[in-house]
Write a protein that binds this ligand. Structure first.
Ligand SMILES: NC(=O)c1ccc[n+]([C@@H]2O[C@H](COP(=O)([O-])OP(=O)(O)OC[C@H]3O[C@@H](n4cnc5c(N)ncnc54)[C@H](OP(=O)(O)O)[C@@H]3O)[C@@H](O)[C@H]2O)c1
Length: 208
């Protein structure tokens, strides 16, 4: 986004600004404007509202939002404590609703949800996450049916080289399921097609 569109990016995450985050900001800043980092739990309406105010103070408006948050706490239902089930779920459910409550959806060019093929496949141990993804997909559909904003959903399969499942353990698990890793450039092409095209939901599934 920075390299191709000179976009001004705001990155919201719960952590305080760490060296790792700053180093990631520095890496992308060489392509243009450095992302603005705001520490906030986006499931919390007040924290998200404060973040929104900071963004509006600095830039006056928001063109688009990408909901790419996830908290992955895999466990079979029998072994899942309720707190962890809720945390995985609310990162998708509450966060989607908070974004609608805080941001002016009518003014956006798009609202993008990063969802997963878990909406359709339901891998063992991911009931909290799968439930959240199903909610996210349908929430976006409803936004479109009510003309709230242009809501787009991408259901990714598996990113092996970046993100929360880039460990060796997940790599082996995904390989056994016949999944190949999605890579950045091909994924960005799919996102471009999704944003510019007439479909509001696409799945990117890459097999071995
Ligand atoms: N990686 C994959 O293979 C894959 C597959 C299918 C779908 N997806 C989707 O793609 C998206 C990105 O995944 P990823 O692998 O890149 O995950 P990631 O590296 O773990 O990034 C997710 C980010 O969400 C932030 N976050 C979590 N809860 C938050 C909250 N309450 N408020 C603000 N920020 C919060 C976390 O930052 P803090 O800890 O600082 O809050 C974290 O950096 C997710 O939506 C996921 O569902 C990924």
């Amino acid at each position: 986004m920075i390299q191709n569109y000179n976009a001004k990016i705001v990155w919201i995450g719960r952590r305080q600004l760490t060296e790792e985050i700053q180093s990631n900001i520095d890496k992308v800043a060489k392509y243009g404007q450095a992302p603005m980092y705001i520490s906030a739990d986006a499931t919390d309406q007040n924290q998200l509202k404060n973040a929104y105010n900071k963004i509006i103070d600095k830039w006056g408006h928001v063109n688009g939002i990408v909901h790419s948050a996830i908290v992955l706490l895999d466990k079979s239902l029998a072994n899942m404590i309720e707190e962890n089930f809720r945390l995985g779920l609310k990162t998708k459910v509450n966060l989607s609703v908070r974004l609608s409550q805080v941001f002016n959806m009518q003014e956006l060019d798009f609202m993008m949800y990063f969802s997963s093929i878990q909406s359709f496949m339901k891998a063992p141990g991911q009931s909290n996450y799968a439930a959240g993804c199903v909610f996210e997909d349908h929430y976006a559909m409803r936004m479109n049916s009510e003309n709230t904003t242009l809501a787009k959903v991408i259901n990714w399969s598996y990113w092996g080289n970046t993100g929360v499942v880039s460990s060796q353990e997940y790599h082996e698990r995904m390989n056994k399921m016949g999944m190949a890793s999605i890579e950045t450039e091909e994924a960005m092409n799919v996102l471009e097609n999704l944003l510019a095209g007439s479909f509001n939901q696409l799945t990117m599934l890459k097999l071995l």
